[in-house]
Design a binder for this molecule. Structure first.
Ligand SMILES: [Zn+2]
Length: 163
């Protein structure tokens, strides 16, 4: 499988799904938008098949996102499988904030993929989204003094292939 070398962690996203995410993000402005991706892991990467918007119930939705509990739980047991989380940065670049990283342990064990979108205000069309994809990597190496293994999570940038 030499052709796949270096592509093991690519995310594949149908352009129709990418457009749904973009639309949800723009309709939610100026608030942060959030949702989940459903799909499957396959040879060569992760394939997204659906985007499910979830209500942002954060007290300050201009700068934070909190997934609505009931909608989130419904997705945890859905088919196709819950595979990733999406949220937007209306004012900043689509890279993980310190707060994003600190919130990872709350749900990262269930997910493999982390997507962040931002409106592209330079493109002139006001409807284009910058989308960055990250693989959620867990490292179980950090240990607390009582020798319990504490899971910790990192976000590794991976290429997104819109198909
Ligand atoms: Zn964020």
């Amino acid at each position: 499988m030499a052709a796949l070398h270096g592509q093991q962690n690519a995310f594949y996203i149908p352009s129709s799904v990418e457009q749904e995410m973009s639309k949800h993000m723009f309709l939610s402005l100026p608030q942060e938008a959030c949702g989940v991706m459903l799909g499957e892991t396959a040879a060569g990467g992760i394939r997204i098949s659906r985007f499910q918007p979830i209500r942002n119930v954060a007290p300050d939705p201009l700068h934070h996102f909190t997934l609505d509990d009931a909608e989130w739980i419904r997705c945890v047991f859905s088919e196709p499988k819950l595979i990733g989380i999406f949220h937007s940065h209306p004012q900043t670049r689509p890279v993980p904030s310190l707060e994003d990283l600190q919130a990872l342990p709350a749900f990262a064990g269930l997910l493999q993929m982390y997507l962040i979108g931002s409106p592209d205000l330079t493109s002139g069309s006001r409807s284009h989204m910058h989308l960055n994809g990250y693989l959620i990597e867990s490292s179980k190496e950090s240990q607390d003094p009582a020798q319990h293994v504490v899971p910790s999570y990192n976000l590794l940038p991976v290429p997104l292939c819109v198909t």
